[in-house]
Design a protein around this ligand. Structure first.
Ligand code: ADP
Length: 783
């Protein structure tokens, strides 16, 4: 078998699957044809059979009419020859197989032809001789045997021929029909099917056309279907184009939106960076100013302390004390100013401690008595007996506010008086509202100017600067401080008659501490003898003061003026303690401390105490991380310094029995916290804890909301903010968790969104705050 014939066969076999419609039509047509052929052939055979029967009857009648009388006569005449001829004559009729004659007059039976083996169809005729004289007489029986087989053969042949011819006709018709169906219907339907399949693959540009010959151009049902398909194609095309344009618009809007969001994010980031840069610049300015002003002040106070140890007359000692107190007051004002700046920055925390209100007012007035005396003014103060002496608030801020108002009153009054009065305006549980009023008989202020004198850098009119100087900052600071302490401020004034500046503050009056005994008592620090001290200090005045103070007490002090000198000294000699200024000209104090405490050497275990004028809470943790064990704020107070040295050398905690258990150590960085307590005092630390509490209350829910929204950016920002607060207070475990969350959120990871993290944070914050509160109470419990 050749390849061509094999493939043709394959095609033929697969035809019914490839062209099922034509196949079905043909199959049914052929089936019907076959039934038709069978029926028509049967009918034809039946008709033939009837015709054969009829011709047999005709033949028999012919034999009866033409032969019987002749045979009877021949038999009567005993003319055998004639009878044979006559019987032969019957045999000549068609389909006669045999003929026999039985006669009593004849001895033997006459027979022509071959008798059939089986009983076959035969007809018998009586041979009767009719005479005129006598009765008709039967001479014998003539039997004619028909050739049935021949008839049957003829009938079968006829049927076969008919079947064959009809079959051929049906076959020929089916071929023609196949051609017609295939060329006029199926191939078009197949083309339509193929086209529709292509439509589903989005091949929509080409219209559907049928391959028709020229004379088939007339329209029919197929053309209508084609038309409908093409209309459908166009509708789909329009729909797709519409959707594409909609998508395009959507994409465009999305891109626009994305661009806007990115632009806004960039702007916000820029604004945030600018704000951060501004805030950093401000912080830097504060730090620098703090350092620059404190350094000379440090020198003044140190020298006064040194001078105080020499032989002096009582009057000289008195004057020296006044210088020292003025310096101290100046330091307080400086602290207040720094606090104000921090207040603007959002980082100001007013102190909260016990103090004597009466003494505060007395010393404040005393401070200005010399100035008042010089101008011949009557400076007096009057305190309502109802005002409780021992209060809890921010004495530094209060002193600063009073000082501002008293100094203004003296400045703007040429003659007459300046009166300070304290009255109790309201009372509450453990609280009193005190009204502070400073009245003068000075120049007064125009009504129009009253509103703006509390604004920053504002004065009543331009002539004021020329006549009295000033910056216009004092009242602004005072107002800020009053508001930060929850109070109110105001002024009443008459030009040329005088003014009354007043403020009202809520001051706590703890009942059990109404008689506060240690309020003005000086501390008596422990003395240490013969210590080897390395002093790292770059400012000559500070060097001189600190060295003199320490040497006078019998200590051996080696001076290092730079970081590298300090490192050299520390590598050559063992010291009992290192006092390290944080601001050094070459290597920073933080790096020096880190180097000494982390490298193995003579002084690896020597306690390093930081000396700094910049005691912002955020920096304390940094100093501890560098290995400094304690921080001593400048200007140095020798008593306080000895106390700290005593503590660090004895390697004892302030209160050993309050040393936190191991679990708390993991939760809180105790060293950092202890420094806060020492430097800032318990009241401010309590305030810091409250601030952290407020931050947690505000930020943790925001983090959870951002987690639900899947907003990684916000999570990172909020976690960053809270981590800074937690770190600066020593809540190290909470800070660690927040930093980890910030990292995950910055990387955009799913893990940053798990609600378990939110719950963990809430738990850590609760535990940390509880522990911080417990430690504060323990550290400040009376021993
Ligand atoms: P400064 O005193 O440095 O100018 P302040 O903020 O303390 O700044 O005061 C702002 C302005 O308020 C002063 O310049 C002055 O015009 C007015 N002022 C303040 N106190 C008095 C007073 N006791 N009598 C008259 N005017 C006053």
């Amino acid at each position: 078998m050749t390849d061509t014939s094999a493939s043709w066969l394959g095609k033929a076999r697969g035809y019914h699957t490839d062209h099922p419609l034509v196949y079905q039509v043909l199959k049914r047509f052929l089936l019907c044809g076959l039934v038709l052929i069978v029926v028509t052939t049967a009918l034809q055979v039946w008709a033939e059979y009837r015709r054969e029967q009829h011709s047999l009857q005709t033949r028999l009648s012919l034999i009866a009419s033409s032969q019987l009388d002749g045979i009877a006569k021949s038999v009567w005449n005993l003319d055998k020859e004639q009878v044979n001829l006559q019987l032969q004559g019957i045999m000549n009729f068609p389909d006669i197989q045999a003929v026999t004659l039985d006669s009593a007059d004849w001895p033997e039976k006459l027979q022509f032809g071959t008798l059939p083996a089986k009983a076959a169809a035969s007809n018998q005729f009586a041979i009767v001789y009719h005479t005129l004289q006598r009765e008709p007489r039967q001479l014998g029986i003539l039997t004619v045997f028909h050739d049935v087989a021949a008839v049957h053969t003829r009938l079968i042949e006829s049927a076969l021929w008919s079947f064959l011819v009809q079959s051929l006709m049906i076959l020929a018709t089916s071929v023609v029909l196949f051609g017609i169906v295939h060329f006029n219907i199926t191939r078009h339907l197949e083309r339509m099917a193929q086209f529709t399949r292509q439509i589903s693959k989005s091949h929509l540009r080409q219209p559907l056309t049928l391959q028709k010959r020229a004379r088939q151009r007339s329209s029919n049902e197929l053309d209508q279907v084609v038309e409908a398909i093409n209309e459908m194609r166009l509708a789909i095309l329009r729909d797709i184009e519409r959707r594409e344009s909609e998508q395009q618009e959507l994409r465009y809007s999305r891109d626009q939106l994305q661009e806007q969001v990115e632009q806004r994010t960039r702007n916000l980031l820029e604004a945030k960076e600018n704000a951060e840069a501004a805030s950093q610049a401000k912080t830097k300015f504060l730090a620098t100013m703090s350092h620059e002003i404190r350094t000379p002040l440090n020198g003044i106070l140190g020298m006064v302390q040194l001078l105080g140890r020499t032989e002096l007359s009582a009057e000289q000692q008195e004057r020296l004390n006044t210088i020292y107190q003025s310096g101290d007051a100046l330091l307080e004002i400086l602290n207040g100013l720094l606090d104000y700046a921090r207040l603007e920055e959002g980082a100001y925390i007013p102190e909260n401690q016990l103090f004597s209100l009466h003494e505060l007012v007395r010393t404040s007035c005393h401070l200005f008595s010399a100035g008042a005396l010089e101008k011949g003014l009557d400076l007096q103060f009057d305190i309502d007996p109802a005002v409780t002496d021992v209060c809890q608030s921010a004495p530094g801020a209060l002193r600063q506010m009073l000082a501002n108002m008293i100094s203004n009153a003296i400045k703007f009054t040429q003659q007459g008086f300046v009166h300070v009065t304290l009255t109790r305006s309201r009372t509450g549980p453990d609280q009193q509202w005190v009204r502070f009023a400073v009245s003068d008989s000075g120049i007064g202020i125009e009504q129009n100017d009253l509103a703006r004198i509390f604004e920053r850098f504002s004065q009543a009119d331009d002539s004021i600067t020329r006549r009295f100087g000033g910056t216009g900052l004092g009242l602004a600071i005072t107002e800020k401080l009053v508001h930060s302490l929850g109070g109110e401020i105001g002024v009443t004034s008459q030009p040329a008659c005088g003014s009354t500046f007043w403020f009202e503050l809520p001051l706590s009056t703890p009942p059990e501490l109404a008689q506060y005994p240690a309020l003005t008592q000086a501390s008596h620090p422990a003395r240490l003898d013969g210590l080897q001290i390395l002093l790292v200090e770059d400012t000559p005045v500070n060097q001189e003061v600190t060295m003199a103070l320490l040497s006078q007490d019998g200590h051996q002090v080696e001076l290092a003026q730079t970081g590298s000198q300090a490192l050299l000294a520390a590598s050559e000699r063992k010291f009992d303690v290192i006092l390290l200024d944080v601001h050094l000209p070459d290597i920073s104090g933080v790096d020096v401390a880190r180097h000494i405490t982390s490298q193995s050497g003579l002084n690896t275990n020597t306690p390093v105490i930081a000396l700094t004028a910049n005691i912002q809470p955020g920096l304390i943790q940094k100093y501890h991380a560098a290995g400094m064990v304690a921080i001593e704020p400048k200007p140095l107070k020798i008593g306080r310094l000895y106390k700290v040295i005593n503590q660090v050398i004895a390697k004892a905690e302030i209160l050993p029995e309050t040393e936190p258990p191991d679990t708390a150590a993991a939760l809180i960085d105790f060293a950092v916290f202890q420094s806060h307590s020492t430097i800032l005092g318990p009241a401010r630390v309590t305030n810091l804890i409250h601030t952290l509490q407020r931050s947690c209350d505000k930020i943790l829910p925001r983090i959870e909301q951002a987690m639900q929204r899947g907003d990684h950016y916000d999570i990172a920002e909020q976690a960053h903010r809270l981590a800074g607060d937690a770190e600066s207070l020593g809540a190290s475990q909470l800070a660690h968790q927040l930093r980890a969350l910030e990292d995950l959120a910055r990387q955009g990871l799913e893990e940053a969104l798990t609600s378990q993290r939110g719950r963990d944070l809430a738990q850590y914050s609760r535990a940390s705050l509880a522990e911080l509160t417990r430690l504060t109470a323990a550290l400040n419990a009376p021993t």
